[in-house]
Design a protein around this ligand. Structure first.
Ligand SMILES: [Zn+2]
Ligand SMILES: [Zn+2]
Length: 219
């Protein structure tokens, strides 16, 4: 019974953990299961990260970046790292939404991160099957990662430790993180893996924490 005559397709994205190990792509797309999950998570998280970076834009909240001693150049009246990130993120969103709209022959969303990301999420299966799916996922991973280096440290996810889950029989290799939200935040607090589909609301943390400690001791 011959099924596959060609080698299985490989995930085209970059992997932070064990980057030289090839990952089989999920059926019909150009991303492995972990990267497909990560891409969806990034697209969902980006609007809120955008709002958080925007809140860092006024210069009075700029605690970042080295000051050049002896420089006579007056400081810019805004947080340059936040400004750089916002420009790059908006550029990336315009690029990918117009690419999807053009190639699919449809109308793209208005240039607003929340609208653009909601629109992209409806096209994620198509994006994951695109020949440039790896580049799309890498761009989102980079943009989301850089946002966390700009936003208020008090808003950063807490790191629980290495993930103890498997993806298709392979160790996940991701990092389990915890976002603690405040009243008024649009999304609830969550414990999640940055690589697999682990996602737990606060009612599940206690049990998972015990399982996690046992898993870490066993592993
Ligand atoms: Zn992958
Ligand atoms: Zn994981």
């Amino acid at each position: 019974m011959s099924r596959r005559t060609t080698a299985p397709a490989l995930c085209l994205a970059t992997h932070r953990h064990d980057p030289d190990r090839p990952r089989a792509a999920a059926d019909g797309i150009n991303l492995c299961p972990g990267c497909r999950i990560a891409l969806r998570r990034h697209v969902r998280d980006l609007p809120e990260l955008h709002a958080d970076v925007l809140a860092q834009l006024p210069a009075t909240r700029d605690t970042s970046g080295p000051t050049v001693s002896g420089s006579r150049t007056p400081p810019l009246p805004y947080n340059t790292r936040a400004g750089d990130w916002l420009g790059q993120a908006r550029h990336d969103l315009r690029w990918i939404t117009s690419l999807v709209a053009t190639e699919r022959g449809i109308t793209g969303p208005p240039p607003n991160p929340a609208t653009q990301c909601a629109w992209l999420e409806r096209h994620l299966d198509w994006i994951a099957a695109h020949p440039d799916a790896g580049a799309f996922k890498d761009v989102f991973a980079e943009t989301v990662g850089r946002a966390y280096s700009v936003i208020d440290p008090g808003r950063l996810p807490l790191v629980l430790g290495p993930c103890i889950e498997d993806i298709d029989g392979e160790p996940c290799g991701g990092i389990v993180k915890v976002t603690v939200r405040r009243d008024g935040d649009p999304t609830p607090s969550e414990m999640y893996c940055d690589t697999c589909d682990l996602s737990l609301d606060t009612t599940q943390w206690h049990r998972y924490g015990r399982r996690y400690q046992r898993g870490r001791m066993a592993g």
